[in-house]
Ligand binder design. Structure first.
Ligand SMILES: Cc1cc2nc3c(=O)[nH]c(=O)nc-3n(C[C@H](O)[C@H](O)[C@H](O)COP(=O)(O)OP(=O)(O)OC[C@H]3O[C@@H](n4cnc5c(N)ncnc54)[C@H](O)[C@@H]3O)c2cc1C
Ligand SMILES: *[C@@H]1O[C@H](CO)[C@@H](O)[C@H](O)[C@H]1NC(C)=O
Length: 505
């Protein structure tokens, strides 16, 4: 079943792919045309170029044609038009934390629009809304809103940029209570592929607004967002329970976690299963960790049904504190943010989004744990996997229809992330993750309606777009032609246009 935005078309006669611009054919001297325009640029040959073009993931080193640092939306419009006219691929970089270096183009020769000067941050107590410029990093946003007693949903890493994060989802421990980061967004300011400066909301450009909430980079350069905020919880308790389990015990524990996920758990519970390399071959490190946003005394009884099915843990922590304390703890100890630039490891990540209506099978759990306890012990890379809970009764993520925004991951049970890292990323690290996901898929029904999470971008995924956008993909492909007919905004996992002719009645 494919849903199309009814405002788009009446019927279909044929669809044809429209490919993005071939940037190797880029013409025109974009450096000359963007010099002396009132904003900084850097390009190959300049001393600032290497750090300006570095990627957070050291697995990639793309060479953009130019990195620009606009200061106004008019500057952005001018840069996009120059890119459009010269046949360049144009990308925004907000926090530079794309897994596949999409913020530096995801290939050579792009125009990178660095959004560091778009750091508006304001709160309006009258409407409880915040204005959040895309150049802010999560750490800034958390501490700013905290001073107003407010908060919004998002992921854990303080250095991640708002622009990329909100454009493709934004998943963290508050998701079950408040949704994805993009859910409370009420409007977005954006520069389109033809340089038009506009705003998108439910009432103004609603189709564009729909597309920007899930696939933003394929449709425009978002400059600022208006976001509905939430009352900050008065307390938050971070917790971890840890075991070392053999394959049989880990399989049983995974079944128990899935049963717990389907039970009546309060939306104030944020939880993930964190898996790591075992102490010996045939075992895994198995932890439940997260944040409880209800009263500190209630956590034990909320987790009890899950813990009752587990043996005694090897270690356990449970730390009540303020909301800010919890955000700091899950950020790894500090909310301070750097100014981007190259990261410190080469990594590869894959994801699976599992459907609540079709939970993983016991066979899949067993194959997964067997693979991880054996291959995961032998493989010579560091790795961790997270099985984060999205679903359960009253989940705010799942209260939204799968076609209400272009982000389709509603009715989901888990967002799973498989992450391997090191100083370099050997082929064995890549194939280890491929094998892990395969162990699950090979033991799942052929019609299993799984997806993949767009913010954990995977450059080696064959059917990426359909896993990222599911039933919303075709609407996005049709809209792409309307909003970006020549494919100015491209990324390896982005939307490619399709032309449509209405069927004769
Ligand atoms: C250490 C780490 C931890 C993470 N933890 C989480 C987590 O807990 N939860 C979660 O959901 N995700 C998490 N992520 C993934 C993260 O949400 C994505 O990588 C996100 O897209 C990064 O946004 P960015 O602006 O920093 O990256 P960028 O590299 O700047 O951008 C990412 C993509 O978005 C596009 N883009 C950026 N800004 C704009 C804009 N203004 N307008 C249009 N398109 C834009 C870029 O062109 C690029 O394609 C994590 C990533 C890292 C590296
Ligand atoms: C720019 O693109 C938008 C979206 O397709 C369109 O509505 C608008 O008319 C275009 N503007 C110009 C000047 O072509």
């Amino acid at each position: 079943m494919i849903f199309l935005r009814s405002s788009l078309i009446a019927g279909l006669a044929f669809l044809a792919n429209v490919r993005g611009q071939d940037t190797s054919a880029a013409g025109g001297d974009v450096v000359a045309s963007l010099t002396g325009k009132g904003f900084d640029i850097t390009h190959p040959g300049e001393s600032t170029y290497d750090s300006a073009s570095g990627s957070f993931n050291l697995r990639f080193s793309y060479k953009p044609s130019i990195v620009a640092y606009p200061e106004t939306v008019e500057h952005i419009s001018e840069i996009v038009k120059a890119g459009h006219d010269g046949g360049y691929n144009v990308v925004a970089r907000s926090g530079g934390h794309s897994y596949i270096a999409a913020g530096v183009g995801g290939k050579d020769g792009s125009i990178v629009i660095d959004m560091r000067n778009f750091k508006d941050l304001a709160y309006d107590a009258g409407t409880s809304t915040a204005t959040i410029g895309v150049g802010n990093r999560l750490g800034h946003i958390i501490t700013f809103l905290e001073s107003e007693g407010r908060a919004i949903p998002h992921g854990t890493c303080p250095d991640v940029g708002w622009g990329g994060h909100v454009g493709y989802g934004g998943f963290g421990f508050t998701a079950r209570m408040w949704g994805f980061a993009l859910d409370p967004v009420i409007s977005m300011d954006v520069v389109l592929a033809n340089g038009t400066i506009t705003t998108a909301s439910e009432t103004h450009n609603p189709d564009l607004f729909w597309a920007l909430r899930g696939a933003s980079g394929s449709f425009g350069i978002v400059t600022s967002t208006q976001v509905q905020t939430f009352e900050m919880p008065s307390t938050a308790t971070t917790y971890t329970y840890k075991w070392e389990l053999d394959i049989a015990a880990a399989t049983t524990a995974l079944n128990s976690y899935q049963e717990f996920a389907a039970s009546n758990i309060p939306k104030e519970l944020g939880i993930e299963l964190l898996l790591g390399k075992g102490d010996s071959k045939g075992s895994v490190s198995f932890s439940f960790t997260g944040v409880w946003y209800g009263g500190p005394d209630e956590l034990a009884s909320v987790l009890q049904p899950l813990l009752d099915k587990m043996g005694p843990e090897d270690s356990q922590t449970s730390t009540p504190g303020t909301y800010l304390d919890s955000a700091t703890t899950i950020a790894g100890g500090s909310l301070d943010t750097g100014d981007g630039g190259p990261g410190s490891s080469a990594f590869y990540a894959k994801s699976l989004v599992t459907p609540e209506a079709m939970p993983m099978t016991s066979e899949a759990h067993e194959a997964f744990m067997t693979y991880v306890a054996n291959e995961g012990f032998d493989v010579e890379v560091d790795w961790f996997f997270q099985v984060g809970l999205v679903g359960g009764q009253d989940s705010a993520v799942n209260a939204v229809a799968s076609d209400a925004t272009s982000c389709p991951h509603r009715g989901s049970q888990f967002i799973m992330q498989f992450y391997a890292y090191g100083e370099t990323m050997p082929e064995a690290g890549l194939t280890f993750l491929d094998g892990t996901v395969k162990s699950i898929l090979d033991n799942s029904p052929a019609d299993w309606e799984y997806g993949a999470y767009t913010n954990y971008a995977d450059d080696r995924l064959d059917n990426a777009q359909s896993l990222y956008y599911k039933n919303n993909l075709m609407s996005l492909e049709i809209m792409k032609v309307q909003f970006d007919p020549t494919g100015v905004f491209n990324s390896p996992t982005g939307i490619e246009g399709r032309t449509v002719e209405a069927a004769q009645p």
